[in-house]
Ligand binder design. Sequence first.
Ligand code: EPU
Length: 429
Amino acid sequence: MDRIRIVGGQKLNGTIPISGAKNATLPLMIASLLTQDTLILENVPRLADVVLLQRILGNHGVDVMIAGKRRESEPNTGRTIHLSAANIVDTTAPYDLVSQMRASFWVIAPLVARMGQARVSMPGGCAIGTRPVDLLIMALSDLGADIEIEAGYVIARAKNGLRGGKVVFPKVTVGGTHTAIMAASLARGTTEIENAAREPEVVDLADCLNKMGAKITGAGTARIVIEGVDKLNGARHSVLPDRIETGTYAMAVAMTGGDVLLQNARPELLQAAFDIIGRTGATVTPTNEGVRVARNGGDIQPVDVSTAPFPGFPTDLQAQLMALTSRANGTSHITETIFENRFMHVQELARLGARIRLNGDTATIEGVSRLRGAPVMATDLRASVSLVIAALAAEGETTVNRVYHLDRGFEKLEAKLGACGAQIERLSV
Ligand code: EPU
C-alpha cells in the first residue's frame, strides 16, 4: 500500500491548478443514465472515485469512452469522458460495488425514472443508522415510486413512470436533492422541492440537466421547481472547479506561509471558507486567473467556526481547518453540525503534537507553537488531507499511511504541492 512522506517546514510558493470537482462529477456521471444519447463531460478529475463509478455505470450497460491525449491539451486540464447509456442492461446495483462509494446509491433515481425499476444495495453497513438514505427514499416515494427494502437492497418501482409531486426535506441533504432532481426530470408533471441543498454541485447538476432538455428552475435556492419532460438528450458540460480542493490548498498555504495562485478557483464557491481563512491571518485575493492566497509573516490567529450547509462553512473543510488552527496563537472552537462522528482526524493530529479536546460535536483546539512529524493514518478522505496540511508545517518527517483515501478525492496531490516547494513524495510498496 502506498504511503506519502513529507518533510515539513517549507513555505509554499507558486501555482496550483484546481481540478474539476469530485462531488459534481459523480452526480453528473450518474445523470448519463437518464438518456439514450451521449453525455460528454469535460474537466473530469483523475480520481479513484471516478474510476469506481465508471465500473458501476458499466455494470448497468453504460459505455464510457475516455478521450486520449490531444496535441493541444494542457497537462493541467481534466479529462473529457463520453458516457452513453443507449441500452440499460441491468437495473441492479450490487452490494460489492455500492458499498465502496456512498454516492453510487444515487443511480436509483435515474434507473427508476427511465426504466420503471431499480434495485440498489444500501450503501455500506447499517445504512439506516449513521449515514442513512431515508430522505432519498422519501423523495422517490413522493414522486410515486413504490419502495420495498429487502435483504439489504432498496427496490424502487414505478411501472407507469414517476409523477411530479412535492418533496419537503426535513433536513438539508445534498444526495437527497440530487436524487429528487434527477427523478423529477423524467416524471410526469411538476415537482417542487423545498429545503433543497443549495450547494454549487447541485447547481452544476441542474445546469447540465437543463442542457439535456430538463426544465429545472431555482437550483442554488432552497426551492427548486422541475417540470418533467418525456425524454432527455445528450449534452456537453464542463465540471465546475473543486471548491473543497481549493479550500484545502488555501489552508495549506495559510499553514506554511508563502504565496500561491489557486488557478481556476472560483471564490464565490467558498466565500465562507475564505472569510475564515482571512480571519486566521492569510490574505485571499481574487484574480482573473483564480484566487491568490498568501501569508507572509505573522501568527495564525484562532477562530470559532461551525460547519453548515452551503453557503456556510463546509463540513468537507472541517478537518483541514482543525489542522490549520492546531498551530494558532490561541484557542479555537470547531463545531461539526452535519455529521455525527466526523472527528477521526483528532487522534492522528494529536500524534503530530496538536492539542485538541472533544466535547460532543465541538472540538477545542489549543494552538501549539510547533508540531513534530510522526507516522499517521486516516480513515477518510478529508481527514487524510488534514494530516498532510499538518505535516507540511511539522518539524521532521511524517508518513501518511492509507494513501488510497487521498487518491479518491485529490488529483496529483504530491505533484501539485511539490511544484510549490513542499518536500513530499509517494512511497510505493
Ligand atoms: N441524511 C439523512 N438521511 C438521508 C440523507 C442524509 O439523515 O437520507 C443526513 C446525513 O446523515 C448527514 C446530513 O443529512 O447528517 C447531510 O448529508 P448529505 O445527504 O447532504 O450528504 P451526502 O449527499 O451523502 C455529500 C458529499 C459529502 C459532503 C456532504 C455534505 C458527495 C459525493 N458527497 O454527501 O462529501 O460531506 O454532501 O456536504 O457529494 C466528501 O467529499 O469527502 C464527502 C463526504
